[in-house]
Design a binder for this molecule. Structure first.
Ligand SMILES: *Cc1c(COP(=O)(O)O)cnc(C)c1O
Length: 388
């Protein structure tokens, strides 16, 4: 059976060109970038070349990019790094209630260490209101962190507006842009951000590598203590093949981002229309237009998200759900709950995320299979009998 992969928000396949670029750094060019002989300096050069490409992708300067172990590493570095560097100024952080766990859990950790955290609400589309950010600011606020686009709903947040507020107040602004970099144009100056997280494996690069953009002059404590790699901000021998792969992915993204976003938006809209037309009592989740080009997230009443997921899996179709049993907890996704979903409605959510290699035929195949799965599940559903 041919597999249909519709979970690009969870991870992307590594681009063949990326793999090709990485390979020599496992074998011939294995030198330690800190070694002074030319062999080591070749590795160092490869890292610096990757840094240029990652910087270019987001309109940054090379020296403002610090490589990390991924999106989680970048988020933790930004939040803890800024909090601990500014303890003498204040102890208040502002973030949203729909952030990725990397931001939520890092903030909760700080909450236990004497910091105060405001978790801003969102509206029914998952949007943060910049007015709420402004209202939450106190003279003790030392960091604002709001994600660029939500990984579940695909809702794109008003980052430029929030950036303007943060910059007027002189408060460092961190943005988790793991879902947007390489997928829509991202410019750190237009958005007025101080810190921005990226991850290699969400943009056709390898797993286990990412980067934090740190605007010149932003104070934060080092994330790792040790050698003087990454200008002493993140000690440890660099993941040379990973960084090279991430750099190559960034280079490809610069060339393809606009065209790809346009193509995926078209496929996405066709997909959403098809689902809503063919399945009764199905609803689009997230914002209809302020939305990632590759994100389809729907709720289907009277069926469980994970039942749809498992039945789609039997057909070779990979998807994701924000409903309870997909994770080890019994709670539905914090994002759906923050958007005001009842537990019942949250249980029927299904996320389908498209990517570079998604075809019209694949979408048509899902549009053929999914309505049958839903009809079948509904015919067995006690929820349906009592509700319709
Ligand atoms: C995937 C993801 C992360 C975590 O990135 P890793 O590289 O997997 O650690 C953080 N934030 C968002 C929004 C993500 O989608």
């Amino acid at each position: 059976m041919k597999r249909i992969y519709l979970d690009y928000a969870a991870t992307t396949p590594t681009h063949p060109e990326v793999v090709k670029a990485m390979l020599p750094y496992f074998t011939d060019a294995f030198g330690n970038p800190s070694s002074l002989y030319s062999y080591g300096q070749e590795s160092k050069g490869a890292i610096e070349k990757a840094r240029v490409e990652v910087a270019k992708l987001i309109g940054a300067r090379d020296e403002e990019i610090v490589f990390t172990s991924g999106g989680t590493g970048a988020d933790n570095f930004a939040i803890k790094g800024v909090a601990f560097a500014n303890e003498n100024k204040g102890n208040h952080l502002i973030t949203s209630s729909i952030e990725h766990y990397a931001v939520i859990e890092a903030s909760k950790f700080l909450g236990k260490k004497g910091f105060k955290v405001t978790y801003l609400p969102v509206d029914e589309y998952g949007l943060v209101d910049p007015g709420d950010v402004k209202k939450a600011i106190t003279n003790k606020t030392i960091l604002i962190s709001v994600m660029h686009a939500n990984n579940e709903m695909g809702t794109i947040e008003p980052i430029a507006e929030i950036g303007k507020i943060a910059s007027e107040e002189g408060i460092p602004f961190h943005v988790d842009a793991v879902q947007t970099v390489g997928h829509i144009p991202v410019d750190v100056n237009g958005l007025e951000v101080n810190l921005l997280s990226m991850s290699g494996h969400k943009l056709y690069g390898p797993k286990g590598v990412g980067a934090l953009y740190i605007r010149k002059g932003t104070k934060l404590v080092p994330f790792m203590h040790g050698g003087d790699q990454e200008r002493s901000r993140r000690a440890g021998t660099e993941n040379v093949p990973g960084i090279v792969g991430f750099g190559k992915a960034a280079e490809i993204a610069q060339q393809e981002v606009d065209k790809e976003a346009e193509h995926l938006s078209y496929l996405r809209d066709k997909f959403i229309k098809g689902i809503l037309r063919q399945i009764d009592h199905a609803h689009l989740n997230g914002h209809p237009s302020r939305r990632l080009p590759n994100n389809v997230n729907v709720s289907v009443d009277f069926v469980e998200g994970e039942s749809m997921l498992l039945n789609l899996d039997l057909e070779g179709i990979c998807t994701s759900t924000g409903s309870a049993c997909s994770s080890s907890s019994l709670e539905p996704s914090h994002v759906l709950l923050a958007m005001g979903f009842s537990h019942e409605k949250a249980h029927g959510s299904l996320r389908l995320t498209l990517g570079k290699w998604t075809t019209d035929q694949e979408i048509e195949r899902v549009l053929e299979v999914l309505p049958k799965i839903v009809a079948n599940l509904r015919s067995m559903s006690p929820l349906l009998k009592s509700n319709i």
